[in-house]
Design a protein around this ligand. Structure first.
Ligand SMILES: Nc1ncnc2c1ncn2[C@@H]1O[C@H](COP(=O)(O)OP(=O)(O)OP(=O)(O)O)[C@@H](O)[C@H]1O
Ligand SMILES: NC(=O)c1ccc[n+]([C@@H]2O[C@H](CO)[C@@H](O)[C@H]2O)c1
Length: 225
């Protein structure tokens, strides 16, 4: 959902979780020239076709194959160099407004969050933002909100296990609740790693966690296989 607070929460989580990073769906919008226009003249940005999801998946897969190099190449530090290989944990936060509607991405998530706010708050927050290109007059009611309703219906028909967060709660409260879940998930994965039955990905060197705030996170633990 647009302006639910995904980027804000993702940034706070990333600062709080060691060796974590964010992949944001908004950075994968196709060029404006190839985004179609509807009969009202509104650019159709709020749909998967407006996004280069192959490119986004490549980025996620790159991280998943070698999170340490992924972080290093982006100037992000890993904070557990002193730990043995099996104790390393990497977390990927996948943040976007349509990530659960894209099955290949959705399937990778370990934790899924959807931030929701009411129509009037959404419209107010949206009107204060300037996108590139900026929203033309009437865009919220003529494109953004109707597409939100449509995309949400599709998401609910194809996905389960999403935690819905009330985006009206304070930033601190939202952070505390998701952070707690992530640390528990990491502990669960770490506990399972050495002896994991089916969960420990012995062949792949990694165990992903994804937290998704209409946002996604993957914690990855590497092991010495
Ligand atoms: N918990 C909160 N309470 C009040 N305002 C918030 C909260 N979280 C975010 N905001 C504000 O709402 C606006 C939108 O937040 P943010 O950019 O994080 O949303 P978003 O879901 O990433 O938006 P989009 O993806 O559509 O660009 C910002 O002005 C931000 O400061
Ligand atoms: N290139 C962009 O980031 C862009 C361009 C036009 C519209 N948007 C809006 O971003 C929101 C998702 O965060 C969607 O509601 C788009 O309308 C983004």
């Amino acid at each position: 959902m647009t302006n639910g607070g995904k980027s804000t929460l993702s940034c706070s989580l990333q600062q709080r979780i060691p060796s974590s990073c964010i992949i944001a769906q908004d950075t994968f919008f196709k060029d404006d020239s190839v985004v179609p226009v509807d009969s009202n003249g509104f650019k159709q940005y709020d749909m998967l076709d407006a996004l280069d999801m192959d490119q986004m998946m490549s980025e996620v897969n790159l991280w998943q194959r070698d999170p340490e190099s992924f972080l290093a190449e982006r100037g992000l530090t890993t904070t557990h160099t002193a730990l043995s290989a099996e104790e390393k944990v990497f977390v990927l936060i996948v943040e976007g407004f349509l990530i659960f509607n894209y099955r290949p991405l959705n399937e990778k998530m370990d934790l899924r969050y959807f931030m929701e706010i009411p129509y009037d708050v959404c419209k107010t927050r949206r009107c204060l933002r300037v996108y590139m290109p900026p929203d033309p007059p009437g865009y919220f009611d003529g494109h953004v909100w109707p597409m939100y309703l449509k995309n949400r219906q599709e998401m609910e028909s194809m996905t389960s296990g999403i935690v819905f967060l009330d985006g009206l709660k304070s930033k601190g409260e939202l952070l505390a609740s998701v952070y707690e879940d992530v640390t528990q998930e990491i502990e669960r994965l770490m506990g399972k790693l050495p002896w994991g039955e089916g969960f420990c990905l012995y062949n792949f060197n990694t165990v992903p966690i994804v937290v998704d705030i209409c946002l996604g996170i993957f914690p990855i633990c590497s092991s010495n296989f």
